[in-house]
Every structure is written in C-alpha cells, then in structure tokens.
Ligand binder design. Structure first.
Ligand code: THG
Length: 386
C-alpha cells in the first residue's frame, strides 16, 4: 500500500528534495508528511553526531496568535510563564487542558509585540486556541501561516548555516532567533528568501531551525544549504529516535498517552507552578488552563512517571505500539513508549511510563520483546550511562 498525500495530508516545500536525497520512510505528523529515515540508520546517526544533518521538519506547524490580546491568550494557554517573554526569544512551553493533561508541548516564539507562534507537536492546537479565544472573547486572529521549519543539526551545523547565510548566525544564542531575508548573490528582490533563524532543534547535538516564511522558496533554501554543507559532510536525516531518547527530548503523543500530565512526562520543570509538598502554591504565578488540576495532581501522590529503561539483550526490532511492562511477579506496572539500540551507550534503551512506586531508580522489571521476556532496569532521565 502507498500513502497518498492530498489537501488534508500536506506535503512540505522540502518533501521532494528530502526524497531525492535519500529519505525512503515517512510518517504523517500534524496532517503533514514527515520523512523519518533513509535505508541506512547507522549512517544517519553518525552524520548527526559527528557532522551535520538536514531535516525536513515542515510538519512542525506554526499556530500564529496575533492581535491586541495575543500575549494574554498565549499566557493563558501555556503552563510556562510567558509574561516576560521578549521579542526574539523562544521558550519550550507545555500546554494543558482543564484537567492538567498535556495537550501539546510547543516552542513559543514572540515574533513581535503582538504576534506569537506556537511551533507545535502533533495535535490540533489551531482548534484548541480558536476555541479558547472564542469562548473568552479574546481580540486575536488565530491562523496557520505559510511557515515551514527546516532543521540543520549536529556539531558542524554552525559551519553549514554560517556558510549559507553568513558568519553572523554564530552569535545567535540557544532559543533566540532573528528575522532575516536572505538575498542570493546576483538575485533581485523577488529572489530573497524570508526566514526566521533560530538556534534550536529536536536533538541534543545543537544546531538551527530555519523557519521559511514563503513555501514557494523551499527548494531554493534546501539547495542553498545543501551546497554550503558539502564541505561539512552535511547529509539528509530526520528526527532521530535513538539520539533523541539518549538526549531525552519528549515526543508528545509517542511518549505520552491522552491522560499524561507534564510532571509525568518529565517536563514538569517547564511548568511555572511553585508548590510545596501539599500542592499549595507558594508564590504568585500566572493563571493558565489546568493550573488548579495540576496542583491537585501534585498533591495526590498518584502521578505516574516517564523514566529511562536499560534493556538487556540484542538490539530489538522496532516498537510499533506501546508495550506492557510487568513487575518481576508478572503484574502490569506501566507501558514501554519508546525503544532503540543506543550507539552512544552501547545498550538498548527505552522510555517507560510507570505507576508508583515502580519508577524508582534501579527497579528491575520485565518486558516482552521479539517473543521473549527481557529484564529492564529503570534509570532517571536524562540517561547518564557514560
Ligand atoms: N522545533 C520546532 N517545533 C517543534 C519541535 C522542535 N514542535 C514539536 C516538538 N519539537 C516540540 N517539542 C520539543 C521538545 C524539546 C525541545 C523543543 C521542542 C527542546 N528542549 C530543550 C531541553 O529540554 O533541554 C530546551 C528547552 C528550554 O530550555 O526551553 O529543545 O524541535 N520548531
């Protein structure tokens, strides 16, 4: 069977270039095609960790919130306090529903005083933000603009992007961004490529995300980077499952289920909620959707926790759906949500959402993979096995 893209499943301005460069596997993310791999995963991992990789992450859609009440609405939507977010700065900002469940974990970018982008993970934030805006009579426009991120990740990403856009990009700090029109040499005004250049990306290797603000310029941008990247060993890649588990970057909807809250997902430190052991608030924070519910969850003692697992045995085959995890006595204690063989740690690693008290470090559990039970040992995130 072949997956066919159409008006509901969008291709990105980079899809054809990514395929031509060797991407052979794709998924659908935010109703958009996401290339996820070539036929040589070991080479992809090496390029990402030793040189540089270019990723078509156009599926990381922007939900733009603009207007007189935009800052107030974004502040209410996000569990992280964004009241002091300056223009030119991005922040990782979990969003919850009224019961404290995670609904998305976007990067929030302040584009100008009254314009924000939520650079979203895989869920329908456009609908959610429009509903909240409408119910609360906020004076805003909530849209999905013609903006398409392209990521350059890896230790040589700075070299690639500096060669393509200019040495000035080296001065951009982590989670900061600059609005920039790239004018190719000899080109006229119509040839310029409008970008937001941000030091960010879904890997622990460092790099940039270039938010292309005109979908008709996708192949121009790709070719510019591809040629500039040649001396740096740039190759085509995609969000890399082994590396992102090693570095622990949350995959919303993969590592989480529909009930998971930010604490359970391991991103509680990005929630601006100062509470004591009883769950009572200890300092005046901002008001946001799910605040009271999160306080109650913290006080309940029943929260689960996403932890690392070290799993014995040969490299397992890919995990197609979450897998039950058992105590040594064979009782269900949670689910394995992600799995990979780690080149860095030279062992199998996983992410598991576990009930209390099974998430405590160094707990020995059982998981069935490829038809056999294996011992899996819990370890805190991020992994520290070097
Ligand atoms: N880039 C863009 N959009 C995205 C992602 C991205 N949308 C979906 C998804 N990824 C959102 N999830 C994350 C998760 C982690 C980070 C970024 C996006 C991340 N976290 C750092 C950390 O945890 O150390 C830093 C967070 C901080 O200091 O604020 O980078 O990748 N455009």
């Amino acid at each position: 069977m072949e997956l066919i893209a159409g008006p509901r499943t969008k291709v990105t301005p980079f899809t054809d270039r990514a395929a031509a460069a060797g991407m052979t596997k794709a998924m659908v993310y935010n109703h958009t095609v996401l290339p996820i791999g070539t036929d040589d995963p070991a080479a992809e991992y090496r390029a990402l960790t030793e040189a540089a990789a270019i990723w078509d992450v156009g599926c990381e859609r922007q939900v733009q919130i603009a207007g007189a009440d935009a800052h107030r609405l974004v502040t209410y939507l996000c569990a992280r306090d964004l009241r002091d977010l300056p223009v030119g700065v991005a922040r990782y900002a979990p969003m919850c529903d009224h019961d404290g469940r995670l609904v998305n974990d976007p990067m929030a970018l302040r584009i100008d005083e009254t314009t924000f982008w939520l650079s979203i993970a895989d869920s329908d934030v456009l609908l959610w933000a429009r509903a909240v805006a409408g119910e609360g009579s906020y004076d805003v426009e909530v849209t999905e603009p013609d903006v398409w991120p392209l990521a350059i990740q890896g230790p040589r990403a700075d070299g690639v992007v500096a060669a393509a856009l200019g040495e000035w990009v080296r001065d951009i700090r982590f989670f900061r961004f600059v609005r920039y029109d790239h004018r190719p040499q000899g080109g006229g005004d119509n040839d310029s490529i409008p970008l937001v250049v941000c030091r960010s990306g879904w890997s622990g290797q460092g790099g940039f995300e270039l938010f292309l603000m005109d979908g008709t310029k996708g192949e121009q941008l790709w070719d510019l980077l591809w040629e500039a990247g040649e001396p740096f060993g740039l190759s085509v890649g995609a969000p890399n499952n082994p590396e992102r588990i090693e570095s622990f970057l949350l995959s919303f909807g993969g590592d989480t289920d529909p009930e998971t809250d930010p604490d359970e997902a391991g991103i509680g430190r990005f929630v601006s909620l100062s509470t004591n052991a009883d769950g009572a608030e200890t300092s005046a924070g901002h008001d946001f959707i799910g605040k009271a519910a999160l306080q109650a969850r913290r006080a309940s003692g029943s929260q689960r926790r996403l932890v690392g697992l070290v799993i014995e045995g040969d490299p397992p085959s890919a995990l197609r759906s979450p897998r039950a995890i058992q105590s040594p006595e064979g009782h269900p204690v949670g689910t394995l949500r992600a799995l990979a063989h780690s080149p860095r740690f030279d062992t199998n690693i996983g992410l598991a959402l576990l009930d209390p008290p099974w998430f405590e470090p160094d707990t020995e559990l059982q998981v069935r993979l490829d038809g056999a039970n294996r011992t899996a040992t819990t370890t805190p995130l991020p992994f520290n096995l070097d």
